[in-house]
Design a protein around this ligand. Structure first.
Ligand SMILES: *Cc1c(COP(=O)(O)O)cnc(C)c1O
Length: 466
């Protein structure tokens, strides 16, 4: 739609109101208020528009969630129909709703083998809080109540509730509010740039990174360890794609010590890696006991999350557990579930997963890969529809910029100016575009990224920083 057809917005007035009243998540409010927020007013397909009519390719699918893109009438219709019929009813008191029934059975159809049960939440964070409750309850019921500790990884992201932030390994989050809560410990992430040895092969590094789990289990005593949790590919941590040797070795270690394996698929689920769940990608190849999902399950049109509970756990919980003392008012919210059902059905009908695996992911890998020749850029990598690169001060000697300079944020700002959303995570620039991009969309996105890298380079030159 040409910008002249958009309703007019008084950007300055909206910004002032926002600054006066809205505390943004994960934001330094003082510095945001000084610069002013960007107000997004419309989305269609893989593009969004701001209140000044500026068109932007959404390289991040909103926040890793708008997998089918914006403006899907079928998802709007599913929500409308359900809201007209029954906007809400609960699942607590021997009651349920049709969309919750439909979604639970649909999710077990697309899940890996061994999953027949689903617990619904409103978000990924609540899904991971549910994971903590479930694994501890499971081991209590198994007569091994000492198995309490959950092992996670530094720089993992598992949400922002007290439980989710504790499972996550974000040091900045832990520093605010005395986290993690007891019983959660962290090992290092499989990020070769940070932890690799000179000349070490990726395969060797992957095995070495997995061995940190075994060392931690032995240190704690296997009889005290309940579970290991990880994202197949770390998202918010900066699209950290582990070597192919990593996850099979993690699986072997979990099996050996009888520890539950939790796959946090909040990003990697629902086609992001070209499979319904990331653990099914041959590069990952795990058999988790529990799967956390959210984000892409509704393509972000409404909030919904949950946990797929493997039969090993579900059977014990159901047959021996009595009442599970956990749930949310909106667990199984019928309108959210109706949108999720429509979203999953559309993905199936339109062959979105197959297209990502066979066509889009290889196309993105090649197109994004061309950025490797840029003087600032190294370590270009992708898996499915997530990709990342590293900004180097000196590529030849692999020297990074001083973190204080915020070079990633400079680059991110140029990306916005050039009409593409890209996210900055320390030295890494990352994307997770919608799964419905055309080849032309990908080409245009990569052109805009290259222009932004050029602008970043020119700015650093002008400031005497390179
Ligand atoms: C976003 C995210 C979460 C948290 O989900 P919310 O819906 O924001 O609570 C958990 N795990 C991963 C891997 C995520 O990316």
């Amino acid at each position: 739609m040409p910008s002249s057809d958009l309703p007019r917005f008084d950007t300055a007035a909206l910004r002032a109101q926002d600054a006066a009243h809205h505390l943004h998540p994960f934001t330094d409010t003082q510095s945001l208020n000084a610069s002013g927020t960007r107000i997004i007013v419309r989305g269609a397909g893989v593009r969004i528009w701001d209140s000044d009519g500026h068109e932007i390719i959404d390289g991040m699918s909103g926040l890793w969630c708008v997998n089918l893109g914006y403006g899907r009438q079928d998802l709007v219709d599913a929500a409308t129909r359900q809201m007209q019929t029954l906007p809400f009813y609960n699942a607590f008191f021997k009651t349920t709703t049709v969309p919750a029934i439909e979604l639970a059975s649909l999710l077990t159809e697309i899940a890996p083998p061994g999953f027949q049960h689903v617990f619904f939440t409103n978000s990924g964070s609540e899904g991971n809080d549910t994971i903590i409750r479930l694994v501890r309850r499971y081991w209590d019921l198994m007569g091994q109540p000492r198995r309490k500790t959950i092992i996670s990884r530094r720089n993992a992201y598992h949400g922002s509730t007290l439980g989710g932030a504790s499972l996550g390994g974000m040091s900045g989050m832990h520093a605010q509010g005395d986290l993690p809560i007891p019983g959660i410990v962290h090992i290092d992430q499989p990020y070769q740039l940070q932890h690799g040895h000179a000349g070490e092969s990726a395969e060797h590094f992957g095995l070495r990174a997995a061995s940190w789990l075994e060392a931690k289990i032995r240190e704690l005593g296997p009889e005290n360890v309940a579970a290991f949790i990880g994202e197949p590919v770390q998202g918010a941590g900066g699209v950290i794609i582990p070597p192919a040797s990593y996850w099979p070795e993690i699986q072997r270690i979990c099996d050996h010590y009888g520890i539950l394996l939790v796959s946090d698929e909040v990003i990697c689920g629902f086609g992001r890696l070209g499979h319904w769940f990331g653990c099914q990608h041959p590069h990952i190849g795990t058999r988790p006991d529990l799967i956390t999902f959210a984000k892409g399950v509704t393509s972000g049109y409404l909030p919904l999350g949950g946990v797929l509970v493997g039969e090993r756990i579900a059977k014990v919980l159901i047959e021996r557990g009595g009442e599970f003392q956990h749930g949310f008012t909106y667990s199984g919210h019928p309108t959210c579930c109706a949108v999720a059902v429509a979203n999953v059905q559309a993905m199936r009908r339109e062959g979105v997963i197959e297209r990502v695996a066979q066509d889009l992911a290889p196309y993105l890998a090649t197109a994004f890969g061309t950025l490797a020749d840029h003087p600032l850029v190294g370590d270009v990598q992708s898996l499915g529809m997530v990709a990342g690169l590293v900004l180097y001060k000196d590529k030849a000697s692999r020297t990074l910029f001083d973190a204080e300079l915020g070079v990633g944020y400079r680059c991110r700002d140029h990306c916005f100016q050039n009409g593409v959303v890209m996210r900055a995570v320390e030295e890494r620039m990352i994307i997770a575009p919608p799964l419905v991009m055309t080849h032309e969309d990908i080409d245009e996105m990569v052109r805009r990224i290259r222009r932004s890298l050029d602008d970043t380079w020119a700015g650093l030159r002008a400031d005497g920083l390179i």
